[in-house]
Design a protein around this ligand. Structure first.
Ligand SMILES: Nc1ncnc2c1ncn2[C@@H]1O[C@H](COP(=O)(O)OP(=O)(O)OP(=O)(O)O)[C@@H](O)[C@H]1O
Ligand SMILES: O=P(O)(O)OC[C@@]1(O)O[C@H](CO)[C@@H](O)[C@@H]1O
Length: 312
C-alpha cells in the first residue's frame, strides 16, 4: 500500500480554448474535471501502474464533497479529513493554437490548529501500517512551514518512508527532516537557494549535499530535458523522450508516481528512474492531468538513457 497526502486538495478543471484572448471572450471547446492537488495525481498514476494506493489530505465545503465524489468514481480509497473551509478549484487553460498552458490556482482553505492535529494523529496511525508515502504540493493557509518536516518525522518514527514534492519554505524545511527522496524541479531548487536561475553544476552540488545530509534519492526534474538523479552511487543524467506535448501540468506528479511505484516494488533503481521519467512524459501527451497509458510508458522507457556523470 502507498499513501499519498495532499494537504491542499483541489478540483482540477482543464479548459481547452482555440486561442486564449486575455481580456476578451473565450469559448471553451473541451473540459475535464478531476480530483486534484499534486498527491491526487500521484495516486491516479500509481493506480494506473497497478499499485494499491489510498489518499489522505484535507477537504471541505461543496468542492471538498465534489473531490470525494471524483475519487469514488475512480475507486481510489480516500481518508480525507473534513475541514470547515472550502477546498479550492485549480483551473488550467490550454491554448491549443499557440500550445500555451495557463494555470489559475486558488489558495485553498485555512486549516485550524485542531484540523492539523487530526492530520498528525492520522499520519501517526497510518504510518504504522503503510510503508510508503508521497507528500505533495503547496501548504494551505494556517499550516506552519514545518508541516512536511513534522509529517516526515512521524513517518520515520514508524519505520516508513516518504517522497517529498513541494516548494519554498515547505520544501526547505522538509529537506531538513531527510525524507527518503525529494523531487524538486530546477526552479524550486533555485528558489530555495535564493537564486533566480541555476546552472547544472550548482544543481549537482545541491543534490550531492542533500545526499550527504541523508536523503537517499535526489531527483531534480528538468522538464523536456529529463532529470538529474543523485544517490549514494553517484550523479546521473537522463534524457526525456521526444513527445507531442499537450499538457505538462501534473508531469512532476506522474514522475513521483512512477518513482514511488519502482521504489515500493524494490525495482532496479535505473528502472525506477526510467519509469519516473516516462510517466512524466506520458502525462504531458494528454489533456487530462495525472493520466498515463501503460503501453506508452513501456515504449518511452526504452527511449531513455541514464548516463553517469561522476562518482560520489
Ligand atoms: N516537454 C516535455 N517533453 C518530454 N517530457 C516532459 C516534458 N515536460 C515534462 N516532461 C517529463 O515530466 C518530468 C517532470 O517534468 P517537470 O520537470 O516539468 O516537473 P514539474 O515542474 O514538477 O511539473 P508540474 O509541477 O507541472 O507537475 C520530466 O522529468 C520529464 O520526464
Ligand atoms: O498549489 P500546488 O499544490 O503547488 O499545485 C496545485 C496543482 O497545480 O498541482 C497539480 C499539478 O502538479 C495540479 O493538480 C494542481 O492544480
Amino acid at each position: 500500500m502507498i499513501t499519498t497526502i495532499t494537504l491542499n486538495t483541489a478540483i482540477d478543471q482543464v479548459y481547452e480554448v482555440e486561442s486564449l484572448d486575455v481580456g476578451g471572450t473565450n469559448r471553451v471547446s473541451a473540459i475535464t474535471q478531476e480530483a486534484g492537488g499534486k498527491g491526487m495525481n500521484v495516486a491516479k498514476v500509481l493506480q494506473y501502474l497497478g499499485a494499491e494506493v489510498n489518499v489522505g489530505g484535507f477537504a471541505g465545503g461543496t468542492n471538498g464533497k465534489k473531490i470525494r465524489q471524483l475519487l469514488k468514481k475512480r475507486a481510489i480509497p480516500s481518508e480525507l479529513i473534513s475541514v470547515s473551509g472550502e477546498s479550492r478549484i485549480c483551473l488550467t487553460v490550454l491554448d491549443s493554437l499557440n500550445s500555451k498552458v495557463t494555470e489559475l490556482l486558488e489558495s485553498g482553505p485555512e486549516i485550524s490548529v485542531e484540523e492539523w492535529q487530526s492530520m498528525l494523529e492520522w499520519v501517526k496511525q497510518k504510518s504504522k501500517i503503510v510503508k510508503w508515502f508521497a507528500l505533495s504540493g503547496s501548504l494551505p493557509k494556517g499550516l506552519p512551514t514545518t508541516a512536511y518536516a513534522e509529517l516526515i518525522q512521524i513517518i520515520h518514527a514508524n519505520g516508513a518512508k516518504a517522497v517529498l514534492d513541494s516548494s519554498g519554505d515547505a520544501l526547505r524545511n522538509g529537506i531538513e527532516a531527510k525524507p527518503f527522496a525529494i523531487k524538486p524541479n530546477e526552479h524550486e531548487i533555485a528558489a530555495i537557494l535564493g537564486k533566480t536561475a541555476i546552472t547544472e553544476t550548482e544543481l549537482l552540488e545541491a543534490g550531492g549535499r542533500f545526499v550527504s545530509e541523508g536523503i537517499d534519492h535526489v531527483c531534480l526534474t528538468l522538464g523536456e530535458e529529463g532529470a538529474i538523479f543523485v544517490n549514494q552511487y553517484g550523479y546521473f543524467k537522463a534524457n526525456a523522450p521526444s513527445i507531442d506535448v499537450i499538457n505538462t501540468v501534473g508531469s512532476g506528479d506522474a514522475f513521483v508516481g512512477g518513482l514511488l511505484y519502482g521504489l515500493a516494488q524494490n525495482e532496479e533503481i535505473s528502472t525506477a528512474y526510467k519509469r519516473a521519467i516516462a510517466c512524466g512524459s506520458v502525462n504531458a501527451m494528454y489533456r487530462a492531468i495525472g493520466f498515463i497509458d501503460l503501453g506508452q510508458v513501456e515504449v518511452l522507457m526504452e527511449q531513455i538513457t541514464i548516463e553517469k556523470i561522476k562518482d560520489r
